[in-house]
Design a binder for this molecule. Structure first.
Ligand SMILES: [Mg+2]
Length: 392
């Protein structure tokens, strides 16, 4: 069996261009789907996939680890920059889809079989609608409360909010009090049985991240995400040690050694590896094994498209330390036209039961994808009040 083509299909989904990777073989009807979505870097990733494809044409697609090593180590530069690690991930996910199809089992059965009966999903406030999640102002605590109630009405038992505003490296009480008011309003709106998460998007400096974490510590957040830049592992560790709320991070880390350094410093309690950015399922399984050694939980970052979701769920059904999966259901109204999925979501509880089809269990409707060709992603730029550059 040989790989005959590595194709890329770009599907513009408003905030992101979903980059689907299709690895085609010489066996009639046998191909695999991967995803390499990287917002605002679409052209770069598409080019990186094309560069990697020349290593793969003519190779046996079932030698997944061998091909991963080629993609990572050949071409001299290691594959740890986010553009190339995302391209590698897109191809690697497709290879796992192929090997599942070859053996006629879902991917999670290739990895030892299901370790749980269901996976819990959490949503963004607004379900992935760009404006609701990213542009609800922290001055409007009532809107946070209303969106939180909507998430619960939609069946979710856990949701994530952006209740921490962009802040300069040092600010006074104003942003901290605003964040606290939003979290208090959400807690009041949904009660203690619903899990609330706050994503800081690494907006704060370590000093401000510490202030936010301490101010919100009594609200029982399920986790508190990216309280400072991911490069600041020592500061993540300091914040994680200072509060009872579990700190979450990892979505911007692209290789095993970065996670080694994060875990060794105890920079988090929840590892948010992104399977489409960390080198795919092959590297994600190594990161998960390392996390297990530190008893760090897994909650993959997954705001991208449907192949990312299928891969994140297959992974979760085979990982004991996996606690919850990020999901987006309201980013574009035609999401379900693009994909047919092998797993089942209970709309009353937003829990997933395992895929029963081979591989990732998904079919992508290429005709529907072609209705949404590449467009430049919507700009999301942040400047502080004095005009200096902030983090989105
Ligand atoms: Mg995040």
């Amino acid at each position: 069996m040989k790989i005959t083509a590595v194709e890329v299909l770009v599907c513009h989904a408003r905030m992101r261009n979903w980059i689907f990777v299709k690895v085609v073989t010489d066996q009639p009807g046998l191909f695999g789907w991967g995803e390499a979505t990287l917002e605002w870097h679409t052209r770069g990733v598409v080019g990186a996939v094309e560069d990697l494809a020349e290593l793969l044409i003519g190779e046996d697609p079932t030698r997944v680890e061998h091909l991963w090593q080629m993609m990572w180590r050949q071409h001299f530069w290691h594959g740890n920059g986010v553009t190339r690690s995302t391209a590698i991930a897109g191809i690697d996910i497709a290879l796992w889809d192929i090997i599942g199809k070859v053996h006629n089992v879902p991917c999670h059965k290739l990895w030892g079989g299901p370790v749980r009966d269901s996976i819990r999903l959490y949503c963004h406030l607004g379900g992935g609608n760009l404006e609701s999640f990213y542009e609800t102002p922290v001055e409007n605590a009532q809107q946070f409360a209303d969106l939180a109630q909507q998430a619960v009405a939609d069946g979710f038992t856990a949701f994530k909010s952006m209740a921490v505003p962009p802040t300069m490296p040092v600010e006074g009480l104003r942003p901290v009090k605003a964040a606290e008011a939003c979290v208090a309003a959400m807690r009041e709106a949904v009660g203690d049985d619903i899990d609330i998460m706050v994503d800081c998007h690494a907006r704060p400096s370590p000093a401000m991240g510490m202030k936010f974490a301490r101010a919100l510590d009594d609200y029982g957040l399920y986790f508190f995400e990216e309280p400072c830049w991911p490069e600041s592992i020592d500061s993540l560790a300091a914040i994680n040690a200072a509060v009872g709320t579990p700190i979450a991070t990892g979505e911007r880390m692209t290789h095993l050694a970065a996670f080694r350094d994060l875990f060794a410093a105890r920079g988090c309690e929840v590892c948010q590896l992104d399977i489409t950015h960390c080198g795919g399922l092959t590297e994600a399984r190594r990161i998960a094994a390392l996390a297990d050694a530190y008893r760090i939980a897994l909650a993959p970052h997954n705001p991208q498209g449907p192949v990312s979701t299928a891969a994140s769920l297959e992974f979760g059904f085979a990982q004991p330390s996996y606690i919850i999966c990020e999901s987006v259901h309201n980013d574009v109204p035609w999401r379900d036209d693009i994909v047919s999925e092998g797993f089942t979501i209970d709309p009353a509880t937003r829990t997933v039961t395992p895929n029963t089809r081979p591989g990732l269990g998904i079919e992508i409707n290429e005709d529907e994808v072609r209705k949404h060709p590449f467009e430049q992603e919507l700009p999301q730029r942040v400047f502080y009040q004095d005009g200096s550059v902030g983090d989105w």
